[in-house]
Ligand binder design. Structure first.
Ligand code: UDX
Ligand code: UDX
Length: 441
């Protein structure tokens, strides 16, 4: 089939490369001229394991192209919308990109004679596909169900393993009009390559499934983070607790790791947008409000530990290992490390930071931070060190840290070291979710 993908971000680019790898002709469209230039030349401007290589591979097939204009839409069988849907200041969703993209699509639809399906992949609040996108597309003068089909097919890609999640989805959820059999048939054919359930449902159900999925994942993480607090008081290891909890088939082991709070461009945005949606219907999202509140508090838990051991931060030098919101990505959107560093700077500390991949992205938003070229450089000559994201590169013997930090303490948000090994190496070591001598409540 001929596929167009609007938006060349994490989701749009993975979809473009992914559909091309299944033999389709794909044109990926983006308004960012330099991004399009880089992609045409096989260069990705984000780090996603295997993506740049897959991009170069698919470019060689001659079936993958990148454009600024919407010219390819008229000839496409399927058009995926994967443009940004960021948070507004009050946490609600910003639909400006969706609106402008739908208007551009309508202009192209008006010129087209062949049936095509427009599939929304961007995360949009329930009611958007039917209430905003469909009327905008209908301004083309074309009839939904007859001249074009509309679908809402949320993406469930995790950064760092996005290609894997694209190729092996647990399920495909497709919101369509129940009477639009042409769209159903085309989507069944397009998704026949995936060995997983293909669930057809209503537009609003598909939209809500995405928010409910991400909100539940966020809830599990905040639950683990809340458990970590009582573990610190009881001198119990939160990982041992959650591992045994996760053995219950009804619970499962995934997304129960306590840490510095969840970040990224999706979980925080989507939970906030869903809470805003509850508010717009005058109902309170008591649980999801708490999930967000626990998350905000958790980000700075490690700074509270730091201060309770070394005292006021004014004039102190602190190392921070890990800037991306999680390992295997250079994405620092809503990264807990950024919130932690801002707090350290606000309390008068100087910061020396290192990340295996996110240095470039961090440079622009953390100008007051000394960005180091290695963990060794970051850990030298500091009063304390914080290990924030669990990059494999930070999995070092305790002796590595004690030789660099000398008497300065290491605070570990990911419990990458063994406390007994740290003690033997003479390393002053503390970690979130394990016994900690809290003096204050
Ligand atoms: C995006 C949405 O932000 C997210 O809500 C959804 O779940 C998946 O798609 P992501 O790929 O991370 O996620 O977005 P982002 O990295 O912001 O990339 C979006 C791309 O769309 C950018 O490259 C931007 O230049 C492009 N864009 C945005 C357009 O081409 N046209 C527009 O009108 C707006
Ligand atoms: C998430 C969803 O997993 C994905 O399905 C959706 O399509 C997009 O949003 P992503 O944001 O890429 O994916 O990363 P994810 O692996 O979910 O991690 C999100 C945050 O939660 C990260 O900061 C991560 O460090 C944190 N996390 C994750 C935990 O703190 N504990 C865990 O057990 C899992």
């Amino acid at each position: 089939m001929r596929v167009s993908v609007i938006g060349a971000g994490y989701v749009g680019l993975v979809n473009s490369v992914g559909w091309c790898s299944h033999g389709h002709h794909v044109t990926c469209i983006d308004s960012n001229r330099s991004l399009i230039h880089n992609l045409k030349n096989g260069k990705t401007t984000l780090y996603e394991p295997g993506l740049e290589q897959a991009l170069q591979q698919e470019l060689q097939t001659g079936r993958l192209d990148f454009q600024e204009s919407y010219g390819s839409v008229a000839e496409s069988d399927v058009i995926f919308i994967a443009v940004s849907t960021p948070s507004s200041a009050d946490g609600s969703i910003d639909l400006s990109c969706i609106t402008s993209c739908s208007q551009s699509l309508a202009a192209e639809l008006a010129k087209s004679e062949s049936f095509k399906v427009i599939a929304v992949r961007s995360t949009v609040i329930p009611g958007t596909t039917e209430g905003l996108i469909l009327p905008l597309l209908s301004e083309s003068g074309k009839k939904p169900g007859k001249d074009f089909g509309l679908a809402m097919i949320p993406e469930f890609l995790r950064e760092g393993i996005a290609l894997e999640d694209f190729s092996r989805p647990d399920r495909i959820v497709a919101g369509i009009s129940s009477v639009d059999l042409k769209t159903r048939k085309l989507l069944e054919e397009l998704h026949s390559v995936f060995r997983c359930p293909l669930v057809f449902t209503s537009f609003k159900t598909a939209e809500l499934v995405k928010y409910a999925s991400n909100s539940f994942l966020a809830t599990r993480i905040s639950f683990a983070n809340e458990m970590s607090r009582i573990c610190e008081k009881l001198d119990v290891d939160v990982d041992e607790v959650m591992a045994a909890v996760g053995m219950d088939k009804r619970i499962g082991p995934h997304f129960l790791k306590a840490g510095p709070g969840f970040g990224g461009s999706c979980l925080p945005k989507d939970v906030k947008a869903l809470v805003a949606e509850f508010r717009s219907h005058n109902i309170s999202a008591l649980l999801l409000d708490s999930v967000l509140r626990v998350n905000e508090g958790q980000k700075l838990r490690i700074v509270e530990m730091l201060k309770s051991v070394i005292g006021p931060l004014q004039g102190k030098k602190i190392a921070v290992l890990g800037l991306s919101f999680k390992p295997e990505t250079d994405d620092i959107r809503e990264s807990s490390s950024v919130a932690i560093i801002r707090k350290l700077l606000a309390e008068g500390a100087a910061v020396k930071a290192y990340d295996p991949r996110a240095m470039e992205k961090a440079r622009s938003i953390l100008p007051a931070v000394e960005l180091c070229n290695s963990p060794e450089q970051s850990l030298s000559g500091v009063d304390a060190a914080l290990l924030v994201s669990a990059w494999p590169e930070f999995q070092k013997p305790a002796g590595f840290y004690s030789s660099l930090l000398k008497q300065s303490p290491l605070f570990d948000a990911q419990r990458m070291l063994d406390p007994e090994e740290a003690r033997k190496a003479g390393l002053a070591y503390y970690s979130i979710g394990r016994g900690f001598p809290w003096k204050n409540p």
